[in-house]
Design a binder for this molecule. Structure first.
Ligand SMILES: [Ca+2]
Ligand SMILES: [Ca+2]
Ligand SMILES: [Zn+2]
Length: 306
């Protein structure tokens, strides 16, 4: 079983635990004959970024075909007419120490700044036309939620804490199980998942955390990319339509660390290892493309705009 398939199937297991039944079942059918295993760690410090690894259906393309004018207008939105996304951060802690998850406000503000720089194109990529405004922070002491792994826990936590509808970005910080850095729900699934819609990140992934190569805040950047309906750059491997974005080069499998010059698919240029939607380390990823920006704006118009 190839590495990418192993990761995708591992993702199915995690997604099932988390209760993503429709997605997970679809993935299983499209999978590789029921071989379920976790990805082999590729080295010390390796972590899968999340478990939204295998979206096998794209609903946004159909929306774009049905709404060509709205889609075109959304796709052309520039940074000067940026959408401001209200953000709530929910800090889950086991006690009042930072090590126990009680992140100081400075690190939360630093995370919001990382999102604004990334989506504003200030780290090197396209300006996506999104900015993020922190509305508030909640702090909850709950050991069970802090060690977040399962479906029931996640639902209870979000039922207690979630603010707003699909237009509000709820970010939950906790100590995640299964070596995950985070997970998210796609914009196209916002209605379907309801209260679960949002982004969960490991509390050590925020700027200043203790995850070394994963502590610059780009786990949240990557997860918010999913929340705005982006797939991984390695989605679909070398075959079109891949990640449903034309200007990201196809990639056979996730890239880890920062493998400069990696080229796993014939044609299309080098692998997009610097893209926020790959699995490389935080210092390696710094850009969204114009095509991804257009897709996110269309997804906003289709699924999240109030
Ligand atoms: Ca692509
Ligand atoms: Ca290539
Ligand atoms: Zn991901």
């Amino acid at each position: 079983m190839s590495k990418v398939k192993a990761i995708l199937i591992g993702a199915v297991a995690a997604a099932l635990v988390l209760g993503l039944a429709p997605l997970a079942q679809a993935v299983l059918v499209a999978g590789t004959g029921g071989c379920i295993e976790r990805a082999e760690p590729v080295g010390r410090g390796f972590r899968p970024r999340d478990d939204v690894a295998a979206p096998v259906r794209d609903e946004l393309s159909a929306w774009v075909r049905r709404h060509p004018t709205r889609a075109a207008r959304a796709g052309e939105r520039s940074g000067s007419r940026a959408v401001t996304i209200p953000v709530w951060v929910h800090v889950i802690r086991k006690d009042l120490t930072v090590e126990g998850g009680n992140l100081p406000g400075s690190r939360i503000r630093a995370q919001i700044a990382v999102l604004n720089d990334a989506f504003g194109g200030r780290t090197g990529g396209a300006a996506t036309g999104f900015r993020f405004e922190l509305q508030g922070v909640t702090r909850t002491t709950n050991k069970s939620w802090f060690n977040l792994t399962g479906y029931g826990q996640e639902r209870r936590m979000k039922e207690a804490l979630k603010v707003g509808g699909p237009e509000t970005l709820n970010i939950y910080t906790a100590k995640l199980g299964a070596n995950l850095l985070g997970w998210a729900y796609l914009a196209q699934d916002a209605d379907e998942v309801g209260v679960l819609d949002g982004v969960v990140v490991h509390y050590q992934s925020l700027p200043g955390g203790s995850f070394s190569i994963y502590s610059e805040g780009d786990t949240a950047t990557h997860e918010v990319g999913h929340w705005l309906d982006l797939f991984h750059t390695f989605e679909g491997g070398c075959e079109a339509p891949g990640d449903y974005v034309d200007d990201t080069a196809p990639e056979a499998s996730p890239a880890f660390y920062c493998p400069v010059g990696r080229d796993t698919c014939a044609g299309g240029g080098l692998d997009p290892i610097t893209n926020f939607m790959d699995y490389t380390q935080d210092s390696c990823m710094f850009e969204f493309t114009a095509g991804q920006a257009a897709r996110m704006q269309q997804a906003w118009a289709a699924y999240r705009a109030a």
